[in-house]
Each structure stands twice: as structure tokens, then as C-alpha cells.
Design a protein around this ligand. Structure first.
Ligand SMILES: Nc1nc2c(ncn2[C@@H]2O[C@H](COP(=O)(O)OP(=O)(O)O)[C@@H](O)[C@H]2O)c(=O)[nH]1
Ligand SMILES: [Mg+2]
Length: 209
């Protein structure tokens, strides 16, 4: 599907755009499992120890998205923190220019869910609706120690127009789905803003003539 003339490329994806890249950041309290989700998704591994600060801050994964018979190849560039979140030292420099943000909490830790809410406030203030938000309740394998109810998180996500998923890096539950749903949302967001832009141009041209 790298052929730019391929009609199966989604509408609005002229030329080499048919294959594009997408920046995603992982955000959330320390120890919720951000690095574990990244490691599971990109290398299909899990480390029961707290992932070290020596890990890569960045990983790339290619994926193919299908939607309504059209297909598109995407390069996901996923950014992880090197533990700065523990010192509340993550500023806009980390998340700006990203098309997607994954806000991770631990379903057994209510404080980590509160942190997600404050991240959402900050992101919408700084980035507006240009960014696709995905809230991920990780450690779903620890359902017996659950504190954050699924329904509560789902309702909250809906209220801020974020996607929502529960997942487990440990048991490899919903990890691929997490990144794919976000990418699909990002791709549609991109298409939508292109359509809105062309509408604006049309309207302006009509007013001027
Ligand atoms: N039970 C369980 N533990 C997890 C899961 N994901 C991560 N962990 C553990 O939680 C701890 C923190 O994970 P880490 O990925 O370093 O969190 P980060 O600080 O957000 O990057 C580590 O001990 C992981 O092994 C999960 O899905 N289930
Ligand atoms: Mg980490």
C-alpha cells in the first residue's frame, strides 16, 4: 500500500501521504505501567521488575490500519518518559507536536486516576482538540484489587471525548487494541481536519467572489 496512486488509500491522502507517521506520548503517574505497555507492544516482552531508567525513550512501530475497505500504513513514534513523571517534571516540551496521548493509570491506584484527570486538563488547555486522547486503565489482571471502577472511568472518558480501554501489559490483554484504536482515531482526526480546512477555503473563496 505504498503506492501513492493506490485508490485504496483513504480519501484526502494524496501522494506519499498515504504512508504517514504519528507521534504518541505516554503520560501518567510513575509505576502505572507506561514502559511495560510500550515494551509489550513493540517487543512482546514483560519485565516484572520496575523497568529501568536505561530503557529507550522512544520506539517506532509500523502498523496497517483498515477502515471501510480502505487501508493505510502508519509509522507510530511512541515516546516514553525516563521516570521524570515522578518529579512532576514533564513539561509541554515532552508532549507538544504529538497527535496522540495515552493517559495511563493503574486500576488498583485511585491517585493515578486523579493524575490522569489533571493531565487531561493540561493537554486540552495546551493542545485543544488537535490531539487524540486515550485513557488506559492498566493492570486489568489485578481485578481482585481493583479500586477504580470501569464504569466510572468510562463515563469520565466520555465526558472529555477521550477513548477508553482497560488493558494489561503483563497478560498482554488489549495492548495492541490500545495503540490501534488511538491510531485510527488520530488518522480520522487528521482526515477530518483536512476536510474542515478545505471547507474553510471554499467558504472564504465564495465570500471573496
Ligand atoms: N500486575 C501487573 N503489573 C504490571 C502491569 N504493567 C506493569 N506492571 C508492573 O508495574 C511496575 C511498574 O511498571 P513500569 O512499566 O515501570 O511503569 P512506569 O513507571 O509507568 O513506566 C513494574 O513492576 C511492572 O512489572 C500489568 O499490566 N499488570
Ligand atoms: Mg517508565
Amino acid at each position: 500500500m505504498d503506492d501513492p496512486d493506490d485508490p485504496r488509500c483513504l480519501p484526502g491522502t494524496a501522494g506519499a501521504d498515504c504512508q504517514s507517521s504519528f507521534k504518541v506520548v505516554l503520560l501518567g503517574e510513575g509505576a502505572v505501567g507506561k514502559s511495560s505497555l510500550l515494551l509489550r507492544y513493540t517487543e512482546d516482552k514483560f519485565n516484572p521488575q520496575h523497568a529501568s531508567t536505561l530503557q529507550a525513550a522512544f520506539a517506532t512501530k509500523r502498523l496497517r490500519l483498515e477502515s471501510g475497505g480502505a487501508s493505510r500504513e502508519l509509522e507510530l513514534n511512541i515516546w516514553d518518559t525516563a521516570g521524570q513523571e515522578k518529579f512532576h517534571a514533564l513539561g509541554p516540551i515532552y508532549y507538544r507536536d504529538s497527535q496522540g496521548a495515552i493517559l495511563v493509570y493503574d486500576i488498583t491506584d485511585p491517585h493515578s486516576f486523579d493524575r490522569v484527570k489533571s493531565w487531561i486538563r493540561e493537554l486540552t488547555r495546551m493542545l485543544g482538540d488537535e490531539v487524540v486522547l486515550m485513557i488506559a486503565g492498566n493492570k486489568s489482571d489485578l481485578d481482585g484489587s481493583r479500586v477504580v471502577e470501569r464504569r466510572e472511568a468510562e463515563d469520565y472518558a466520555e465526558s472529555v471525548s477521550a477513548h477508553f480501554i482497560e488493558c494489561s501489559a503483563k497478560e498482554n490483554l488489549n495492548v495492541g487494541e490500545l495503540f490501534e484504536e488511538l491510531s485510527l482515531g488520530g488518522m480520522l482526526n487528521g482526515e477530518l481536519s483536512k476536510i474542515i480546512d478545505s471547507y474553510r477555503t471554499l467558504l472564504r473563496d465564495a465570500e471573496e467572489s
